[in-house]
Write a protein that binds this ligand. Structure first.
Ligand SMILES: [Fe+2]
Length: 248
């Protein structure tokens, strides 16, 4: 196949738009110790996206199967803890659903322990829970996971530092360069007030958009509590996303 160089040069590539200041956390957050070393000392250099970056490789839809979205059913037995349903829509800045987005989550178990080699919190692992899941958004932009409510865990940032219960989310767009990472928190968690990561988001309204909502229409009687959490990719109502240097 011959590629017409003129056609390529005229191709309008989607470009990265910087979010307005005040919504997303700064790179260097006093009180969030790891950012002292992670934050770049020089201003970031903007690297314009080329055809390669915006066209591939694509996270193939066939790699996510229905079983990947039920974190309670992937092992021999059921995990310990409070079974929950977490669902919501991925929306663009105009409130339009984003179908086919790869949504991945990872989290601690009910005791606050990650099934990860470097997590050394003295809480038990659960042989029936690995804490990782993924799914694709449907035609309405909706994702849905069945999981266990994660426990709080200490993280050594300062004396008596405990992370509030949270679930990590990653979203992919049309290419691997289009990845956004954030965390979802639970309503009424008393630890949120003490958490430097949650409070690194300058705008209180933006902070509240990281908190899911208990929804009795999602809750299944006698089986699982349901939580609703929409993820807005851009605009005034955008969900807060972490800088790549700040993912924990
Ligand atoms: Fe975490």
């Amino acid at each position: 196949m011959t590629v017409n160089p003129l056609a390529l040069s005229e191709l309008a590539l989607p470009s990265y738009r910087r979010p307005p200041p005040g919504v997303h956390p700064p790179l260097d957050v006093p009180g969030y110790r790891a950012t002292l070393l992670r934050a770049p000392k020089q201003p970031p250099v903007l690297l314009p996206h080329g055809l390669t970056e915006v066209t591939g490789p694509l996270p193939g839809g066939e790699r996510a199967v229905a079983a990947d979205a039920d974190l309670t059913a992937r092992h021999a037995g059921e995990p310990l803890g409070e079974r929950i349903i977490v669902t919501g829509r991925v929306l663009d800045s105009d409130g339009r659903p984003v179908p086919g987005a790869l949504v991945e989550i990872w989290q601690a178990n009910a005791a606050g322990r990650y099934a990860h080699a470097i997590h050394d919190h003295a809480a038990p692992l659960d042989p029936n829970f690995d804490g990782a899941g993924r799914c694709l958004t449907d035609a309405e932009g909706r994702y849905r996971f069945v999981t266990i409510k994660p426990g709080a865990y200490p993280w050594g940032n300062h004396r008596n530092a405990w992370r509030p219960a949270h679930i990590h989310f990653s979203l992919f767009g049309r290419a691997f360069t289009q990845r956004l990472v954030t965390q979802m928190y639970f309503p009424g968690d008393p630890l949120s007030a003490y958490d430097p990561i949650f409070n690194s988001v300058p705008d209180p309204k933006a902070r509240e958009r990281l908190v899911c909502r208990l929804d009795m229409s999602i809750t299944q009687p006698g089986w699982a509590l349901g939580y609703d959490w929409d993820i807005v990719l851009r605009g005034r109502e955008a969900t807060v996303f972490e800088p790549p240097e700040q993912r924990r």
